[in-house]
Ligand binder design. Structure first.
Ligand code: SF4
Length: 302
């Protein structure tokens, strides 16, 4: 039985926030139903239930970093979804961070589309005005069918609405896409839906991850029973290439493959400008005999 972890302990953070000041705001995930996700359910040896931390404790953590002169670092408000908290609570925390820590190049947190949709435009503006620079949101797939199968709790249209509202409020948006999430069966839907949603939103950034099936997730059982078929490394790379090929001409997002699960590390500051080079590099990797013959690895810890 995995031990329970209090909400002041951080389970995960985006790779890009590895050197940031990490301040826990929520513990666990208020949704916690996605069939591919075991993050807070014992995959890392601990279970963390959804909880919102007492603001006094969050402020104590901020004081701790201020007393040690942690100025000039990015700040990540941690936990699965700090935007699930009341807006005034989050605004107070962001303002306190800004008051105590100086020259912060980026202040960010994870956000779930459902939480964003529960906030008014005025509330999102309050978060932006307080100093929230960017949110990291799991699109995972732009196919409503795949999102329904995976119990993501969102569909393509709700993510489009949430994403557009975040950006309209003046907050940058980084979306995650999980290559292979449709398995072999729904790969085409995954590509087409994802390219469509990215084209509709034109997010500041989108980032690829590759599906790895974690033990004690419902998807693990589907994989073991043969119901869900994982893509090979080359098939995952092809999905990425097809998504980029199908993007609308308006999309000028930054694109990253910045995760240990990926089979390539290609990135660009502007996919509109670099689309041809990006696709050419992907094609070269796809045709590399080493990649072609590479066995599928399934990472169970990331
Ligand atoms: S993928 Fe995100 S929203 Fe889904 S259960 Fe995991 S942490 Fe929660």
């Amino acid at each position: 039985m995995a031990k329970k972890l209090p909400p002041d302990k951080i389970v995960i953070r985006p790779p890009v926030e590895a050197c940031s000041v990490l301040i826990p705001v929520t513990g666990g995930c208020s949704w916690n139903k996605c069939r591919f996700c075991g993050t807070y359910n014992g995959v890392y040896g601990v279970i963390q239930e959804y909880a919102v931390r007492d603001i006094k404790d969050v402020k104590k953590d901020i004081d701790y970093f201020a007393e040690r002169n942690y100025h000039g670092h990015p700040v990540f408000l941690a936990g699965g979804n700090p935007t699930s908290t009341p807006t005034e609570y989050l605004v107070e925390i962001i303002k306190y961070v800004k008051e105590k820590l100086h020259n912060i190049p980026r202040l960010s947190c994870y956000a779930k589309a459902l939480d964003i949709l529960r906030k008014s435009d005025e509330e999102l503006k309050q978060l932006a005005d307080a100093g929230l620079d960017i949110v990291y949101m799991g699109l995972e797939s732009g196919s409503s069918k795949i999102l329904r199968i995976m119990k993501k709790g969102t569909n393509a249209e709700s993510i489009i609405e949430a994403g557009k509202r975040v950006m309209r409020a003046g907050i940058d948006l980084s979306l995650y896409i999980i290559l292979g999430l449709g398995g072999k069966k729904y790969s085409k839907e995954h590509v087409e839906g994802t390219a469509r949603v990215l084209t509709e939103i034109n997010p500041t950034i989108f980032r690829f991850r590759t599906l790895n099936i974690l033990p004690n997730t419902p998807l693990w059982n589907d994989w073991k029973s043969g119901e869900f078929e994982l893509l090979s490394p080359v098939e995952n790379l092809r999905e990425e290439k097809q998504i980029i090929e199908k993007l609308g001409d308006n999309v000028d997002s930054q694109v990253y493959n910045d995760h240990v699960s990926n089979y390539c590390g290609i990135e660009t500051d502007n996919i509109k400008q670099d689309r041809d080079a990006f696709l050419l590099t992907l094609e070269e990797i796809i045709n590399d005999p080493n990649i072609k013959n590479m066995p599928r690895r399934n990472l169970t810890r990331m």
